[in-house]
Write a protein that binds this ligand. Structure first.
Ligand code: TXA
Ligand code: MG
Length: 326
């Protein structure tokens, strides 16, 4: 299959109506979209991503209706906390997990009684969602376990030839997957840290708990989001591992290290802006991974980011990407 790249919303809509897969830009990362009400089309998402069937998909909603109507299209129950969050942060990098309506196919929710819902804030994604008469199921548009794509080129690099179309919306503004909030014991809990800071959620709901068990969000596996090169998190001690400066890649927050060649280092935000760091994170990991392959670098070493704002989600992704000797 030849994969076309472009900005033709009409063509993307027609393909989706035919049950094809289309990669779409969102403000967080690119998604691999299918008609969420077409079980067969959604099954192809799992195939193309090599994604295990126990890992459910996020359903993306059009912003044309108000938040309550949008939620009610797929959710059976809408708790107060969920409506409050949707009204404050949608369209935006926030996903809500709520009891599902029967029209959402089993394959989308991996057979769970809940469905993950999000209204993305990207002009092209919204034009597409408003154009088609169904919501879009879309996981991140990467092979399962790899780093999420934040440009159309990233999608092509990994899924080219396997999908019909990539809708090119430029570089993703947020750069990290959405924050996911669900309910446990009648209270909202954060299932995945992401592109909306914990502080912002807590401004609306008060103190929140983070779900620790990976069972809470089936896809939140301990090891995930990984480059191919071994990555050490919160550890710049490459010498202690017997490596010299010319054998390593570094991923740093604000400033490079003098002893390592500059082109082997990715500095995510010289000005110390965690939003900018988040925006640059996945592309930087991809560049270091490619450089490691072409130059024979042995490992990537990373700093820990400040545990505030998007720093928490950056640390979460790097921790999951990190190498754990067997
Ligand atoms: O920003 C994002 O969320 C991007 C863009 C494309 O919207 N999507 C994304 O999808 O990151 P994905 O599939 O890579 O991650 C979605 C996660 C899954 O790993 C799964 O654990 C969780 O959402 N999820 C989906 N449905 C759920 C449910 N019913 N209960 C608990 N967790 C759920
Ligand atoms: Mg993903």
């Amino acid at each position: 299959m030849h994969t076309q790249v472009g900005i033709d919303v009409e063509q993307a809509a027609r393909l989706l109506e035919q049950g094809e897969l289309v990669a779409i830009p969102t403000e967080t990362v690119y998604g691999l979209a299918a008609n969420a009400l077409n079980a067969q089309a959604c099954a192809r998402i799992f195939e193309v991503k090599n994604r295990p069937s126990f890992d459910p998909l996020i359903v993306h909603l059009a912003a044309s209706s108000d938040c309550e109507a949008a939620l009610a299209s797929c959710a059976r129950v809408i708790p107060d906390w969920a409506l409050k969050l949707a009204r404050t942060f949608w369209p935006g990098p926030l996903t809500l997990v709520l009891p599902r309506k029967p029209l959402v196919p089993d394959i989308v929710t991996s057979g769970l009684d809940t469905v993950a819902l999000r209204m993305p804030a990207h002009t092209l994604a919204q034009r597409l969602l408003e154009r088609v008469p169904f919501p879009l199921a879309a996981p991140s548009a990467n092979p399962f376990g790899f780093v999420s794509p934040t440009t159309a080129q990233h999608v092509l690099d990994q899924l080219g030839g396997r999908i019909a179309y990539v809708l090119d919306g430029g570089s993703c503004r947020v750069g990290l997957e959405s924050t996911i909030v669900g309910e446990q014991g009648g209270r909202p809990v954060v299932l995945r840290l992401g592109g909306l800071g914990l502080e912002e959620l807590e401004n609306v709901l008060g103190t929140l708990t983070l779900a620790t068990s990976s069972g809470a969000s089936p896809g939140s596996l301990e090891s995930h989001y990984a480059p191919r090169t071994p990555l050490y998190f919160d550890d710049l001690g490459y010498r202690a591992r017997g490596l010299s400066p010319d054998q390593v890649g570094l991923l740093l927050f604000r400033a490079p290290l003098a002893e390592v060649p500059p082109d082997q280092q990715e500095v995510l935000s010289m000005s110390g802006d965690l939003n900018e760091a988040a925006r640059n994170l996945f592309a930087a990991l991809r560049r270091l991974d490619a450089l490691a392959a072409s130059r024979g670098l042995r490992a990537i070493f990373t700093q820990k980011f400040p545990e505030r704002g998007l720093g928490r989600a950056i640390n979460d992704r790097l921790r999951r990407a990190s190498f754990r000797p067997a």
